[in-house]
Design a protein around this ligand. Structure first.
Ligand code: PEP
Length: 252
C-alpha cells in the first residue's frame, strides 16, 4: 500500500509557480499517493495542471453548502472545481479562527456530504505535552471532531512541531499513533483499524524516511517542505522506500 504525502501550502504560492511545480512533479516517477493543498485561488490552476494520479485538496471549507457567509467556501464548490480532499481542523484554523471541535465535526460532515475526503488534524500544545496530557488532549479532539459517519484521514500534528524545526522523538510519534489507532478502532469499529494516520510537523527530506518507517504512520502532512517541488518529491521518495520496507517485512 502506498503511503500518502500531503502538502499544505498554507497562505503561500503564486499563480506563476503552479505550472513549474506540477512539471517537476510530473517529471518524477512517484509511487506515493500525493495530495497538493494550495490556497483557494490556486485550486483551479492546479486542477487543470495536475495529472489524475495526484490529488488536489483545499485547506478548509464551511459547514454549510451555501449561504450568507462572506469569505467562506463550501465543500460542494470545492468538489465542483476539482478538489478531492480537504484539510480540516488544522491547528492554525483552530487558533487563528477559534474553531472548536464541534465546528470541525460540522465541517467534516459537510465535506463528506459533498463527496470530499477530509484530512482531520489533531495535536497537542507544548504545555499539554509538558503536563503529560498529550494523549488525552488528542483523544478528546478525536472524540469531538469526527462525526459518526467519519471516513477519511487523520493527521497527527503536535502544535509545537509545526513550522519550528522540532519533531517528537520516534518513541513519542509511535506512542501517539498507537493511541490514535486504538481510539479510532474503538470509535469506528469498521473503518478505524485502517484509517490512515499521517504525521505532520516539521517533516523534511532529511527526517522523512525515519518518520515514515514508524509503525502506524500512514504518510506525512508537510507544510513548509511542500512549497518546493523538489523537497516534496524527496519526502515522497522516502515514502516509497518506507513502503518497500513494510512490504518486504515478514508477516506473522
Ligand atoms: C502543517 O502546518 O500542516 C505543517 C505540518 O507545517 P510544517 O511542515 O511547516 O511544520
Amino acid at each position: 500500500m502506498f503511503l500518502t504525502i500531503a502538502g499544505n501550502f498554507k497562505m503561500n504560492g503564486a499563480l506563476a509557480g503552479v505550472q513549474p511545480y506540477v512539471e517537476t512533479l510530473k517529471a518524477a516517477e512517484i509511487k506515493a499517493h500525493l495530495i497538493i493543498c494550495p490556497p483557494y485561488p490556486l485550486l483551479p490552476a492546479f486542477a487543470a495542471a495536475l495529472p489524475k494520479s495526484i490529488a488536489l485538496g483545499a485547506q478548509d471549507c464551511h459547514a454549510r453548502p451555501s449561504g450568507a457567509h462572506t469569505g467562506d467556501v463550501s465543500a460542494t464548490l470545492l468538489k465542483e472545481i476539482g478538489a478531492s480532499h480537504v484539510i480540516l481542523g488544522h491547528s492554525e484554523r483552530r487558533s487563528d479562527h477559534g474553531e472548536t471541535n464541534a465546528d470541525v465535526a460540522a465541517k467534516v460532515a459537510a465535506a463528506l456530504a459533498a463527496g470530499l475526503i477530509p484530512i482531520v488534524c489533531v495535536g497537542e500544545s507544548e504545555s499539554q505535552r509538558d503536563a503529560g496530557e498529550a494523549e488525552d488532549a488528542v483523544k478528546t479532539q478525536l472524540r469531538h471532531s469526527l462525526p459518526e459517519n467519519f471516513a477519511g484521514l487523520i493527521a497527527y500534528e503536535p502544535i509545537w512541531a509545526i513550522g519550528t524545526g522540532r519533531t517528537p522523538t520516534a518513541a513519542e510519534i509511535t506512542a501517539m499513533h498507537a493511541t490514535i489507532r486504538a481510539a479510532l478502532a474503538a470509535q469506528f469499529p469498521l473503518t478505524g483499524p485502517t484509517t490512515p494516520i499521517l504525521y505532520g510537523g516539521s517533516v523534511k527530506p532529511e527526517n522523512a524516511a525515519a518518520i515514515l518507517a514508524l509503525p502506524e504512520v500512514g504518510g506525512a502532512l508537510a507544510g513548509g517542505a511542500s512549497l518546493k517541488a523538489a523537497d516534496f518529491l524527496a519526502i515522497a521518495a522516502s515514502a516509497i522506500a518506507a513502503s518497500a520496507i513494510a512490504a518486504s517485512a515478514p508477516t506473522v
